[in-house]
Design a protein around this ligand. Sequence first.
Ligand code: 3NM
Length: 224
Amino acid sequence: MAANRRAELRERLPDALRLYVLTDRRLARGRDEARIVADAIAGGATAIQLRWKQGPLAEALRVGREVRQVCRDAGVLFIVNDRVDLALALDADGVHVGVDDLPVAETRALVGERMIVGYSPPTLEAALAAERDGADYLGVGPIYPTGTKADAGGAVGVEHLARIVEAVGIPVVGIGGINASNATPVVAAGAVGVAVISAVVAADDVEAAARALRQAVEAGLRSR
Ligand code: 3NM
């Protein structure tokens, strides 16, 4: 795609981040990433993040190409976690970085206008700084307690998310411990959508789990 993909995607972002599903090999119980992603999209996922925490990068590249193809065929956003090099190699729509990764400014300098950059701000101040440095959206969490990310810290709650939504001009998604029964208040608090791992990836019926979450997100949007 063109070098200015960022501008085109930024316009679509609020809609494209309604239900953002992150892959996790450990929770997938041997099921193939591309299969899980296809089922999640069938249930209503609007964005996918390749979250690669283990194994050789050559394998990440192979799996990433499969996942990217599923996303492209469906017109769904394809974002790579942590690794700017992998995001560039996969020609992803975006890269998502956190406090332990390359900072937002350096990430933006490397990817230019070729893709969007997401960031997970630990504080309100970090959220404002990330926006200034070129982040296109933020992931705020953990909203609720989660067992999926060991170093996620304590739950920040929807009030913290609402303060960040008020302070910044870029879209915010909530993440951490979100499922179909608690997603609605996250969106009611101002998030454009929710990001999830276990509620979809670990479900026996991935498509049904995604559908229930998407309905909870839509209920939150209607309540605003
Ligand atoms: N980031 P689950 S919480 C990847 O707070 C991630 O930034 C978080 O998994 C943050 O939906 C988290 O299973 C884990 O709780 C999300």
